[in-house]
Design a protein around this ligand. Structure first.
Ligand code: PMP
Length: 449
């Protein structure tokens, strides 16, 4: 049996239709360097998706392997339950507290994004109970938000396609419209859009009853939903509304963190400090699994004050090898100034795409190396192509793949998502611009006939 047959026979892939996969076959990646990955057939791909949007420092950094091997030799595991800890977990917690927005001085480790989100939700509920709000359990989320596939994180996610067939989900999650100035009710040309979108949160809090709401949970820039950037003042209004009603603000920076958007955290760009911040992905750049929740000191103090037990934890939370690798990864992000680099390369990518004046791109937007292009049939009216047998975005994705470029696409609308490693070179950025412009024109012209 060759590797592809073995794969199809035994490995369950994520988010697939089994019959499609059997028909299309699988791509098995064997090695990688910088922003390029190679498959079993020796084909090279420029990875404009950075794995699952996480390989911030690029592939193939030997230093991280060395750090992992050294830590494995010294202490390969000890947990962080009860009074126990291990040195890399303690040092990384202190490092994260030093990098966190002001006041987020406490750190809980997880294995990834979904666990970080669920942990934040549990801490928010615990906090409300500590304050004597026994009913404060609801979590308000955005309808284009993505927070993970475990049952709790999925309950925070509204995508119908992800949720279908898994009922019943966890109760207590409610969704409001996302601050989407391309397709939503308030558009980019409306100077009041930020306040209007935030008002939808206030209305919902009042409708639910403020005393029943534990937290508002959102990505500062929505990732999977289509790289949706809220108006500049949206999160500041949201922060005020949360404070007005005693609702905690949880920001999910799983995708946006660690330099991706041009600053270490995306929330810095909006001038907002959350009560809890979820991270994962770029925390290790994917070299090992690790996530974390950065928690406001005031939140933990309230729980301690009420003397409520923190009954929560994961066997691998604070794994010393993951924590040691995360520390090295952060050192590289800082020393190589990768956040600034993301800002520069993102500018180049966006300017390059805009300069091509592609008739099928209605908007190019982004912060740092989180860049989106809205694909349409008609730029003026923003009419989309009918989905037909294959939505436009899938054809563009496939066309780029034929040219050796791996690209992310939004699950529900024709939005291209370009999120390469932060170490991508100028030449590679220019190649992306070339490939996307060409492929989008070819496919658009073909569809228009
Ligand atoms: N939150 C956000 C914003 C994400 O982008 C993701 C993953 N794409 C998650 C949570 C879930 O992370 P994980 O797959 O590590 O559970």
């Amino acid at each position: 049996m060759n590797l592809h047959e073995m794969d199809l026979r035994h490995l369950i892939h994520n988010e697939v239709r089994f019959r499609d996969l059997a028909r299309k076959g699988t791509t098995i990646i064997t090695r990688a360097e910088g922003s390029t990955i190679y498959d079993t057939e020796g084909r090279a791909y420029l990875d404009a998706q950075a794995g699952m949007v996480l390989v911030n420092i690029g592939y193939g950094r030997k230093e991280l392997g060395a750090v992992a091997a050294a830590q494995m030799g010294r202490l390969m595991y000890y947990h962080t339950y009860f009074q126990y800890a291990n040195e890399p977990a303690v040092r990384l917690a202190a490092k994260l507290a030093s990098l966190a927005p002001a006041g987020l001085g406490k750190v809980f480790f997880t294995l990834g994004g979904a666990e970080s989100v669920e942990t934040a939700v549990k801490i928010a509920r615990l906090y409300q109970r500590a304050r004597g709000r026994a009913e404060g359990h609801k979590i308000i989320c955005l309808d284009l938000g993505y927070h993970g596939n475990s049952l709790g994180a999925l309950s925070a996610t509204a995508f119908a396609a992800h949720r279908a067939y898994y009922d019943p989900l966890v109760p207590g999650f409610v969704h409001i419209p996302s601050p989407d100035t391309f397709e939503g009710p308030y558009r980019a040309d409306d100077p009041g859009a930020g306040a209007r979108y935030a008002a939808l949160l206030e209305e919902r809090i009042l409708a639910e009853g403020p005393e029943t709401v534990a937290a508002f949970l959102a990505e500062p820039i929505l990732g999977v939903g289509g790289i949706i950037i809220p108006p500049d003042d949206y999160l500041r209004h949201v922060r005020q509304i949360c404070d007005r009603y005693g609702v905690l603000l949880i920001l999910d920076e799983v995708m946006t963190g660690f330099g991706r958007t041009g600053t270490l955290w995306a929330c810095e760009q909006f001038g907002v400090v959350p009560d809890l911040l979820c991270t994962a992905k770029g925390l290790t750049s994917g070299y090992l699994p690790l996530g974390a929740v950065l928690v406001g000191d005031h939140v933990i103090e309230a729980i301690a004050e009420a003397d409520l037990p923190f009954e929560h934890g994961f066997t691998y939370a604070g794994h010393p090898v993951s924590c040691a690798v995360a520390m090295k990864n952060i050192e590289i992000i800082e020393q190589e100034r990768l956040a600034e680099r993301a800002a520069r390369m993102g500018e180049r990518l966006r300017a390059g795409l805009v300069a091509r004046d592609n008739p099928y791109i209605a908007e190019v937007r982004g912060r740092g190396l989180m860049v989106a292009a809205e694909l349409v049939r008609d730029r003026e009216t923003r009419e989309r192509f009918p989905a037909g047998d294959q939505p436009f975005r899938f054809a563009v994705e496939a066309g780029a793949l034929r040219e050796g470029v791996i690209t992310g696409i939004a699950p529900y609308r024709d939005t291209l998502m370009i999120t390469p490693p932060l170490v991508i070179t100028e030449e590679e950025v220019d190649r992306l611009v070339d490939v996307y412009d060409r492929v989008i024109r070819q496919e658009g012209d073909r569809r228009r006939g």
